[in-house]
Design a protein around this ligand. Structure first.
Ligand code: TYD
Length: 147
C-alpha cells in the first residue's frame, strides 16, 4: 500500500517562456497552508528528517534539483524521488521520513497545515514505533520492512 500520495502540481507555461506552478487551497491542496519552509545547501552525504509528525499534513516538492525521501509507518517502507518542480507528494501524519541523496543546488519546499510545534514531532525511533503500533492497533514488532 502506498504510504504517500503523488501530487502533480498544476502548472502553466511553455518551454522557452518558462513555467509557473500553483498550489491553492481548496482548488489544489486539500488543506489550507499555515506554514511554508524550504531546505537548501544540503551536501550529498547528509541525511535529514529522521523524524515523524503525529498529525501534520504536508506537501513536499523539489523546486530545484532532486532528493530521495524514505518513508515508513513502522511496518511498511516506501522510497520516492522528488526530482521535478511539478511533481509533489502529499504526506499525512504518522510517517517517519528521511531525506537523502540531495543533488547539488537542490531546494526542497514543504507546505504544511500546522504551525511549528515540537509536540507534533517524534524524533526518537523507539517512541515512533510505539506510536505507530498504538495508532494501527497492530501489536507486532517491526522486523524487516520491505521496500
Ligand atoms: P529540525 O526539525 O530539527 O530540522 P532537521 O531535523 O531537518 O534538522 O529544524 C531545525 C531547526 O529549525 C529547529 O531548531 C527548529 C527550527 N524550525 C522552526 O523554527 N520552524 C520550522 O518551521 C521548522 C521546520 C524548524
Amino acid at each position: 500500500m502506498p504510504l504517500v500520495t503523488p501530487f502533480p502540481i498544476r502548472t502553466y507555461g511553455a518551454s522557452g517562456r518558462g513555467f509557473m506552478g500553483t498550489l491553492e487551497h481548496p482548488l489544489d491542496l486539500p488543506f489550507p497552508v499555515c506554514r511554508a519552509y524550504y531546505i537548501y545547501g544540503v551536501e550529498d552525504d547528509q541525511s535529514r528528517g529522521n523524524h515523524a509528525h503525529r498529525e501534520a499534513n504536508q506537501l513536499v516538492v523539489a523546486l530545484a534539483g532532486s532528493l530521495e525521501m524514505v518513508f515508513d509507518n513502522g511496518f511498511e517502507k516506501q522510497t520516492v524521488s522528488l526530482d521535478a518542480p511539478d511533481k509533489g507528494y502529499l504526506l499525512t501524519g504518522g510517517l517517519w521520513r528521511e531525506m537523502k541523496n540531495f543533488a547539488p543546488g537542490t531546494v526542497m519546499l514543504i507546505l504544511t497545515d500546522q504551525p511549528f510545534n515540537e509536540e507534533d514531532l517524534i524524533r526518537d525511533r523507539d517512541e515512533f514505533l510505539s506510536f505507530a503500533r498504538a495508532r494501527t492497533g497492530i501489536d507486532k514488532t517491526p522486523t524487516q520492512m520491505q521496500d
